[in-house]
Design a protein around this ligand. Sequence first.
Ligand SMILES: Cc1cc2nc3c(=O)[nH]c(=O)nc-3n(C[C@H](O)[C@H](O)[C@H](O)COP(=O)(O)OP(=O)(O)OC[C@H]3O[C@@H](n4cnc5c(N)ncnc54)[C@H](O)[C@@H]3O)c2cc1C
Length: 426
Amino acid sequence: MHSDIVIVGGGAGGLELAARLGRSLGARYGRERVLLVDRSLFHIWKPTLHEVAAGTLDAHQEGLSYTVLARRNHFSFAIGELKSVDAQKKCITLNEIRDAKDEVLVPNRTLSYRWLVLAIGSGSNSFSTPGVEHAHLLENVRDAQQFHSDWLSACAKASFSTTRALSVAIVGAGATGVELSAELLEAHAVLSESLGSAQRFRLDITLVEGSGRILGGLPEKISAQAEVALRRKQVRVLTNTRVVGIRRGALLVPGGEIAADLIVWAAGIKAADTNAEYGLETNRINQFVVDSHLRTTAPDVFAMGDCAACVWTEDRLVPARAQAAHQQADYLSRVLVAMLREREYSQAFVYRDFGSLVSLGENRGVGNLMGGLAGRNFFVEGLIAKWMYISLHLNHHRAILGLGKTMVLALARLLQQRVSGRLKLH
Ligand SMILES: Cc1cc2nc3c(=O)[nH]c(=O)nc-3n(C[C@H](O)[C@H](O)[C@H](O)COP(=O)(O)OP(=O)(O)OC[C@H]3O[C@@H](n4cnc5c(N)ncnc54)[C@H](O)[C@@H]3O)c2cc1C
């Protein structure tokens, strides 16, 4: 099987790239020109995983089928997991696909390309902490659904326990840890409303951060405001606290333990260990090293999004954010269209920081913050920030569905929530 452009990974960046290329090339020259490969059959925008975990977003309603998106955007789609890259022969191999009984459904496949784009994202970084297997991760939809299932069981248990309390410890106070704390508080508040007083239980969240402040990658004012909002909601925020190990039911910290019914590991990012096996240069967290044109060290192989290490400023890489993946998709679509039309495209990729929005859960009362828009830093809070945060998600949908369908989908989901409730309890 051959395609001019093969994109591996249909996440925040790869899917937007496939949709853009499909609309500009596939529609004119045939959909087989652009092939998207992903190991999943449906797409969920990763920044919403904490909502799936808390049950405030239903992955089955939210998920968009790659085959439907491919048909609408004029690209082709293949399910599969990247196994190897042969940059000399310009082909990749995908792992075989097995069914639940471990029988081979689809054997190993080889796909040849003219240009390859790797957009396979990243996971969390355990920093080799002993016992991390006792913690939940939030790397993909499966992890989020597993957490949600265990969260519901823990809620039921707490409801009938003598202490009538549920404790959750979250390691890492980056956007994932902070947003998950806020979302769990919201889910608990909605749940409490539906429980009789005899079954209500207390939720104790401890957010543990190794560095001196939460949201360390964002401006200090945002960290401070978010911390105030979380503390006001009774979240126990522990900064300068390094987790040295985890055992079932407790975090081990210097000088003691933090007991928890549920533990989530949301600290740091690291790309897949297998990235180092593809014959491309990688850095210490397994990201593919790319130049300012997003080219890896192999000819005609590009990398983008979380899996790429692209220099931003002298001492900083482009951050692993949906915003960066979105900008890189836009850039690479222009590069690849030009290359396919045998035109020069000499402009380098320049990352522009449009600021950061952190969802603190509720629509009312809790601030959502942003910094660095239009070259100046200013702050938005409360409902305005929440709407801006939601607009980022809608913007992603607009890039892959178009404006009309995004509006219809948003309205349909709003109505669905009105009918079925905001919380998924099954
Ligand atoms: C809970 C949470 C909250 C976040 N909140 C924010 C936020 O508020 N703002 C923000 O900017 N960023 C946020 N992020 C970060 C953001 O989600 C990522 O930076 C962004 O998704 C990166 O996009 P990507 O395309 O590089 O990778 P991803 O979106 O992770 O997509 C990778 C894709 O590759 C596929 N894949 C992986 N490995 C293989 C393989 N070997 N073979 C085939 N397919 C493969 C996966 O199935 C997936 O579809 C958050 C992340 C999390 C987890």
